[in-house]
Design a protein around this ligand. Structure first.
Ligand SMILES: Cc1cc2nc3c(=O)[nH]c(=O)nc-3n(C[C@H](O)[C@H](O)[C@H](O)COP(=O)(O)OP(=O)(O)OC[C@H]3O[C@@H](n4cnc5c(N)ncnc54)[C@H](O)[C@@H]3O)c2cc1C
Length: 338
């Protein structure tokens, strides 16, 4: 294992924030993974496991060790007439995994096309888009528990997936290095087109006979028209989660805000688009210095120049406080703040 010191992170996060890590180790073997973990333990260092840095905001230098899993590989481990099981290594780019699947017309993750980052991070917040979440095609994973110093396998239930949530954001936060996971994909066409009227984009095509690739192409186009490209404008996608509130609270809000958009999130729960709440607080396209909300989507905070991580965090805090004041809703960060 090569251990680097005072390592610059500016090329390793999509906000393009300049920060340094005291130690940095890229790990591609089980031995490297164990060595890096034990180095952290022996020296009592905080650990950050880093993928593509597309869901992280560095607000200061990291005074610990960053471990970056880099093993790649996509392998078929089982299949039958209807299903295929793929083992994906953490260092694969997530979008390459999606392309591997759609090129072979395996269904399940085509709606998750063009999400930046590495495969290893996909289970962390149970990535989701266009009505589909990773958990819908997830079977199991393997990783190293730094605390117990053991290699562990977890099945889907044990990962405790939820909306932008998993056990890796709670009990196993920063102590579990995901090494690989198994996807269970369908060989039988199974398009998921209910979300946000995606069907309409297919015009006269019979949507039942669409290929996974055709669906991915359309979703990619929609995404490109709505989301900023992090290579051009630093960002980490949605900065906040869409809040889930009780139906009672929703009914109260609706009395004053008759146009409040909402989705059923459970028997007595309603999900509200955070972007709408933020816009209603006057933040649509608002810019302060180097930081602002993206003009087409207020949920995304962008680095317009050489913003410091703290500037972005302060702007996010301001948004949070205004939303709480106006709606009595506490927004939660989707982005990991370090
Ligand atoms: C333009 C844009 C669009 C986006 N669209 C979406 C979207 O539609 N849906 C969505 O869900 N997300 C979206 N995101 C957010 C982001 O791409 C995903 O959360 C992605 O999975 C993060 O991957 P990463 O490798 O960059 O993770 P990182 O930012 O490197 O890390 C994210 C978290 O995962 C942990 N982590 C990373 N790798 C591992 C590992 N191997 N083992 C254990 N922990 C690990 C890190 O410690 C950190 O807590 C978007 C981001 C951008 C910039």
């Amino acid at each position: 294992m090569e251990l680097l010191e005072k390592y610059s992170l500016s090329q390793l996060n999509t906000f393009h924030i300049e920060a340094k890590s005291k130690y940095f180790a890229e790990v591609s073997t089980t031995i490297d993974t164990q060595e890096a973990s034990l180095f952290a333990k022996r020296n009592n260092l905080p650990v950050l496991i880093l993928g593509g840095g597309s869901n992280i905001l560095f607000t200061k230098d990291f005074e610990g060790i960053i471990i970056k899993p880099s093993k790649t590989g996509i392998n078929i481990i089982d299949e039958n007439k209807k299903q295929i099981f793929l083992e994906v290594s953490a260092g694969e780019k997530w979008d390459d995994v999606v392309h591997y699947a759609i090129e072979r017309n395996y269904f399940g993750i085509e709606n998750l096309v063009a999400i930046p980052g590495n495969a290893g991070a996909a289970p962390i917040q149970n990535i989701g888009a266009y009505g589909v979440e990773l958990k819908d095609s997830f079977f199991s994973l393997k990783g190293f528990n730094i605390a117990s110093e053991k290699w562990v396998e977890l099945n889907k239930d044990e990962c405790d997936f939820n909306y932008r949530q998993s056990i890796f954001k709670t009990e196993l936060k920063d102590i579990f290095i995901i090494d690989s996971f198994i996807l269970q994909l369908s060989k039988v066409p199974n398009p998921k087109l209910e979300y946000a009227n995606i069907k309409e984009y297919f015009n006269n095509l019979k949507w039942e006979s669409l290929t996974a690739q055709e669906i991915a192409v359309v979703i990619k186009k929609i995404r490109e028209s709505k989301l900023p490209n992090p290579k051009i404008l630093g960002n980490a996608g949605s900065f906040f989660k869409n809040p889930i509130i009780s139906r009672d609270k929703f009914n109260q809000l609706k009395l004053i805000n008759t146009d409040i958009p909402n989705f059923i999130a459970g028997i007595n729960e309603v999900k509200i688009p955070a972007g709408w709440l933020i816009e209603k607080c006057g933040f649509k396209g608002k810019r302060t210095g180097n930081v602002g909300t993206y003009e087409k989507q207020s949920l995304i905070l962008v680095n317009y120049g050489n913003a410091m991580g703290n500037e972005i965090l302060q702007f996010a805090e301001l948004i949070k406080s205004k939303v709480e004041l106006k709606f009595g809703i506490q927004l939660e960060y989707e982005v990991n703040i370090k």
